[in-house]
Structure formats: C-alpha cells, structure tokens
Design a protein around this ligand. Structure first.
Ligand code: PLP
Ligand code: COI
Length: 357
C-alpha cells in the first residue's frame, strides 16, 4: 500500500443546513483523494488535498478519446452516530474490471480503500444524519497523456470526491415512470456495457433527454441486437415481481452493469424466502404478464437509486401501469432489509459492512 500524504484546506465550506433538500450530485466536500499512474512506475503520489479544480492541457486524451471510468458507493451514518461503508471493495474490484476493458491500469485497490477511509475520517461531519441521506462516494479514473494518437495513455489520474446526498429521484420512494427505448441502444455484446465507463453514459444522454421531455424519469434499455429483451435502466438494474414471491431479473450478459445492489438484493431476497430467477426477459412478455395480472411489481436497484419502484412503463405509445401508485410489498421489504443493513439497524449477516467509526 502506498503512503498517503494529507494537506488540509485552510478555509472550509459551509455545510448544507437543510438535509431534506440535499438532492443528488450538487454539493462537494472540502477535500479529495488523488493518486497518479505512470506506465513503468505504477501508482504513486497518493494524497488527500483540498477539493479544487484540475488544470489539463487541451490535448489531454480523456477529452478526446474518453478513457474515463467511475464508481459509486456510499457512506452511511448509523443511529448511534457511527459511520459505515457497504461493500466498498466490490466497487474497487469493479473499477479494475472496467479499467481492463478500457485499456487503463488496474487500480491499486488497497491504497484506494485506505485513501477513502482517511478521506472520510477528515470529512466525517459531512455525512448527513437524516433518514435516507448518505455521503455519496465517486471514485473516478481518467487518462492524462497529452497526445492525439488513439492509443492507451501512459498516465492516469485516480480521484475520489464526496457528495452529501438525499434521494436520487426527486419524489423519494414514490414509483417512477420509465420510458422503454426502442430506437437507441446503450450497449452490445463485446462492447463496454458491463463497465462503468463515461462513454456508456454519454451514449445514453440523448435518449434520457427525450424520455424526460415526455415526462419519464429514465430510460429502460433493450438489448442492442434484437431490441426485444430488457437490459437495465440508466442508473439501475431492473427486477420484476411475479405472484408476490418470485423475482425475475435480466441475467448478466456482458452488456449490463453487474450492480452491487442487484447482487446484494438477489442474496437478501433468497435469504428472505423469495424465489429469484436471472434470465432473458422479453419486454413483450413484461407487458403481457402485467396486463394479465401476473406481474405485480417492478423496481430498480442501484447505489444512488437504492430500491426505486417503477409505477409506469411506456413503450411507443403504449402505457403500462404497474401497481397502485405506491411502493409494492416486495420492494418495500427489500428496501427495509437493504437499508436496515446499510444504516446499521439490522444485523449484517453477510459481512457486507465496513465500520469506520
Ligand atoms: N446500471 C447502471 C447503468 C448504473 O449506472 C448503476 C449504478 O451504479 C447500476 C446499474 C447499479 O449498480 P450498483 O448497484 O452497483 O450501484
Ligand atoms: C450509482 O448508483 O452510483 C451511479 O453511478 C448512478 C449514476 C449514474 C448517477
């Protein structure tokens, strides 16, 4: 593990006064963690420094060819005031997998985790207290070579920034409407769908904007070949509930993100006695099964989105209402169980929690 130097900010920002208005992704703390990479030398110069701007040459490769990957995890405050992380090692391991696909260096996961812990120790007062709030953690890696050749860069910057957050969707746990995208695709087999590379999100923004104009929160992506099978939503994996006790979710096929929340919810659901099936799911069947009353709930899973019920799907001009406008019982049970573990209200039987204080 690398040594980590610390330079403290001399002027601190005002912390948000009203935690009910935090939203997502707008406020950043006083410090950040950085670490550099150079081919032949490896990761070096791990440091915590005051949060601030970067300065890069206009020819820096990340701006042109997009070698950029990121992660998302959270720090939770328990009722006794202590802080804890949820499976952060999984995020750094996934970042190394993303890096490999993008011809970027695998992360020094040990130093990244230690840097995160030290950063949170410095920023602990930024972790909000109100139920449902947390400190969102955004690890990022970008290519920093200055050149215009299309090659893997030899220099990279890894950094972690922190953002106190409330709920990702503005109406909290109220079911969201999702637009089923049947024109654009997000990822194809052999592509980068299983990674958290910036380009996946860039490719999704136009469809997301069109869906928003139509009044929907996000896009449900279909497979990139036949455009028939459910993949995932912009920031979450999807699960569908049949008959109140069976949960069906798209199998990991290389083009969807292997969500850490998805994997945790599958494990918890099985432990709670639900049957869980990972399979290929045709969107036509989802519509038919919901209309026939067989499909009773739909919800998404993600770090930012936690568990978000989906109350409406719209494909072309066909609107499908799922449930009665409130979160369904299965989504509620899984939400209570998952957040119970994350916030320390329930025992951590799967050893997912890393206590910081
Ligand atoms: N799918 C996409 C495209 C995402 O961006 C995210 C968010 O990270 C997820 C799924 C959920 O993944 P996780 O549960 O690891 O946050
Ligand atoms: C997360 O849930 O951590 C994400 O990365 C979603 C993000 C695209 C807002």
């Amino acid at each position: 593990m690398l040594p980590i130097s610390v330079t403290k900010a001399t002027v601190l920002k005002d912390k948000p006064q009203d935690e009910s208005k935090l939203g997502f992704g707008k406020i950043f703390t006083d410090h950040m963690f950085l670490m550099d990479y150079e081919e032949g030398r490896g990761w070096h110069d791990a440091r915590i420094v005051p949060y601030g701007n970067f300065s890069f040459d206009p020819a820096t490769t990340v701006f042109h060819y997009g070698q950029a990957i990121f992660e998302g995890t959270k720090c939770y405050r328990r009722a006794d005031g202590g802080l804890q992380l949820f499976r952060p090692q999984e995020n750094f391991a996934r970042m190394s997998r993303s890096a490999k696909r993008m011809a970027m260096p695998e992360l020094d996961e040990e130093t990244a985790l230690e840097g995160l812990k030290q950063l949170i120790a410095i920023e602990q007062d930024w972790v909000p207290h109100q139920p449902g709030t947390s400190l969102y953690i955004r690890p990022t890696m970008i290519a920093t070579d200055v050149m215009l050749g299309v090659h893997a860069a030899k220099h990279y910057l890894f950094y972690i920034i922190l953002d106190p957050v409330g709920s990702y969707y503005k109406n909290g746990l109220a079911p969201v409407g999702i637009y089923v995208e049947d024109e654009y695709v997000r990822a194809v087999r052999g592509g980068t769908g299983f990674t958290k590379c910036a380009g996946n999100y860039a490719a999704s923004i136009l469809a997301g904007a069109i869906a928003e104009e139509k009044g929907y929160s996000q896009v449900l992506w279909l497979d990139g070949v036949e455009q028939k099978y459910v993949e995932e939503v912009g920031a979450m994996n999807m699960m569908f509930v049949y008959g109140g006790n069976r949960i069906v979710t798209p199998a990991l096929n290389g083009s969807i993100l292997p969500g850490i929340t998805r994997q945790s919810v599958i494990t918890l659901a099985r432990q709670l006695g639900y049957e869980v099936e990972e399979t290929r799911l045709a969107i036509a069947d989802i519509f038919a099964d919901a209309k026939a009353g067989k499909l009773t709930e739909a919800f998404g899973t993600g770090t930012a989105a936690v568990i978000s019920p989906v109350g409406e799907l719209c494909m072309k001009d066909e609107k499908l209402t799922i449930g009665d406008g409130k979160i369904g019982p299965v989504a509620q049970k899984l939400y209570d169980t998952l957040t119970g573990i994350q916030y320390g209200r329930l025992p951590d039987e799967n050893n997912w929690i890393m206590r910081l204080s």
